[in-house]
Design a protein. Sequence first.
Length: 200
Amino acid sequence: MLERRADPALKAEIARARKQLEYSRYYVEARHFAKIVSRRFQKEGRRDFVVVTGGGPGIMEAANRGAYDAGERSIGLNVTLPHEQAPNPFVTPELCFQFRYFGLRNMHFLLRARGLVAFPGGFGTLDELFETLTLMQTKKVATMPVVLVGQQFWSRVIDFNFLLEEGMIDQEDLKLFSIVDSADEAITVLCDFYQGTPPE
């Protein structure tokens, strides 16, 4: 009897699909986070915290969708890319902006930011995270809560303790961010930072 060997490309595709299924929990968490933030801080016409994403698919869509679920507005700062990105359908239409350059878009992310909540992602996520941490570390922007959701993911992607041991960052720099595992924990970090009330 001949043993059937799986096609390597098919095996790789199956492994990728399994990984995407595993990471789908972060879509659920991002949607839940944005729904809570939008309901809590857009009451009575106030918009103390408004969800702002890159406006694309995946986790960005989840966050815009959470605000949409709450019946509130959210912003999408979309960037023109050759192979990927069109605005997701959950961005508030009049708050969907198109950018050609990442640098300019990132500047607009930070101009009015009151916090950064980063879910597992790739180069774009890491770019925005490190740019924010660098600007806070060097006092170029005001300190704000930076929350990384997904302990297992972030502890593998970035070994902050190694950076500390090697003298690349200081002990104080580890206070620039928090790592949590859920949307509810992320909300707690934001509320603790602003002492339970949104900033004026």
